[in-house]
Design a protein around this ligand. Structure first.
Ligand SMILES: Cc1cc2nc3c(=O)[nH]c(=O)nc-3n(C[C@H](O)[C@H](O)[C@H](O)COP(=O)(O)OP(=O)(O)OC[C@H]3O[C@@H](n4cnc5c(N)ncnc54)[C@H](O)[C@@H]3O)c2cc1C
Ligand code: FES
Length: 358
């Protein structure tokens, strides 16, 4: 775990005005290490403005195709790494990359006879595209029903690749694109669209109900995969629960981030005691910094990966004091009750904070 390898950038492709895909060259001796399941992600490490930062990006390539490992990165407003990648990464650059990881993947098998519902919005298309391609190429008897939401026609990532897949697998792949703020008038869009398979609006409860009623499953063994912004995930899950889809059929990937601004005030210059790698560290937490960032800036090496509240690699136990977690997409209520916190998301609420990394 936590080992980074240096991979060379093979290709950089502008997908839309605000997104880029980056393909990596994996040397032969690392093939095994970088083996992946469709839906998994890579974690990248950069040093930006003198600070080490890590972010996770889902693979949009498929492990069953002879194609390089590829990620798709969409700019986040004022986001550090997403904008750095979109503005700076070029062919030939060497990037520090952790091997593929993640529990969001499809267990694709040749003999399967299933119906897959894929729900995605915005950059949430990346792991969904990998799953989609892998199913269509491997499971000859399975069906895929997919709905993909975007703001308008210009923000659709992997538009051509999706259209190509739709053409090649028309008998097994239904793709509905929905646009929340289409650029042209709807009559124009209908005229220009070949099959009128566009819808207006977001991927919300209403759209999900319509979609499932309109395109019921062919094979009765059904799995549901969801990836997109927080509200889209919540709405989709709620809509599926309303029609009694069991939890073990629903698979969700969250990219972190928050739909609303967190205005919780931290305790300024709180004293942090951290038990980490056999060390007893004492340092004060600067304004606006999390426990994890404070330790990294102090030259320590706490475990972490996504820095988005998703992977739980940065977990530690709070022994003294109180913290506020800006985002928690991985710890269970019981873990939180037992005092576990995500150090990448925790800011101090009290003067003294003591944490133990295990
Ligand atoms: C498992 C996993 C897979 C991911 N896969 C992808 C992927 O395939 N493509 C992709 O583009 N991104 C993906 N992400 C998100 C990515 O890791 C970063 O969080 C994202 O690029 C923002 O990082 P940043 O440094 O630009 O923003 P930061 O500087 O970290 O944040 C700036 C501001 O944006 C908000 N923010 C952070 N992340 C998001 C977000 N995802 N959406 C909206 N607001 C956000 C923050 O709350 C903050 O206010 C994935 C995340 C995880 C955990
Ligand atoms: S590093 Fe992933 S949740 Fe903190």
């Amino acid at each position: 775990m936590n080992t980074f390898y240096q991979l060379k950038v093979l290709e950089v492709k502008k997908e839309t005005a605000d997104s880029t895909s980056v393909a990596f060259d994996v040397p032969y001796d690392l093939y095994e290490t970088f083996n992946y399941k469709p839906g998994q992600y890579l974690t990248l490490k950069f040093t930006i403005n003198g600070e080490e930062v890590r972010r996770s990006y889902s693979l949009c390539s498929s492990p069953v195709l002879e194609e390089p490992l590829r990620i798709g990165v969409k700019r986040v407003k004022e986001g550090l790494v997403s904008n750095y990648i979109n503005d700076n990464i070029k062919v030939g650059d060497i990037v520090e990359v952790m091997p593929p990881d993640g529990r969001f993947f499809a267990d694709v098998k040749k003999g399967n006879y299933k119906t897959y519902y894929l729900f995605s919005a915005g950059s949430g298309i990346t792991p969904i595209l990998s799953i989609l391609k892998t199913i269509l190429l491997t499971e000859e008897r399975s069906y895929v029903h997919m709905i993909y939401g975007n703001r308008n026609q210009d923000t659709i990532m992997f538009k051509d690749e999706l259209e190509q897949l739709k053409m090649e697998h028309a008998d097994r792949f239904i793709l509905i694109q929905t646009l929340s703020r289409p650029k042209s008038t709807w009559s124009d869009l209908w005229k220009s669209s070949k099959d009128a398979a566009f819808k207006k609006g977001r991927v919300d409860s209403e759209a999900i109900h319509w979609f499932i009623n309109q395109y019921p499953p062919y094979a009765q063994n059904v799995a549901y995969y969801i990836c997109g912004p927080g509200t889209m995930i919540q709405n989709t899950k709620k809509a599926l629960k309303n029609i009694d889809v069991p939890d073990d059929r629903i698979f969700i990937e969250s990219f972190g981030g928050s739909d609303s601004k967190d205005t919780t005030e931290a305790f300024e210059n709180a004293k942090l005691t951290a038990h980490l790698n056999g060390e007893h560290i004492q340092v004060s937490i600067p304004k606006g910094k999390t426990i994890l960032r404070t330790l990294i800036n102090a030259g320590k090496k706490p475990p972490y990966s996504c820095e988005g509240g998703v992977c739980a690699t940065c977990i530690c136990k709070l022994k003294t004091g109180e913290v506020h977690m800006k985002n928690n997409l991985s710890l269970t209520d019981t873990e939180v009750k037992d005092g576990y916190i995500l150090s990448c998301q925790s800011i101090p609420l009290t003067e003294e904070i003591e944490v133990v990394y295990q």
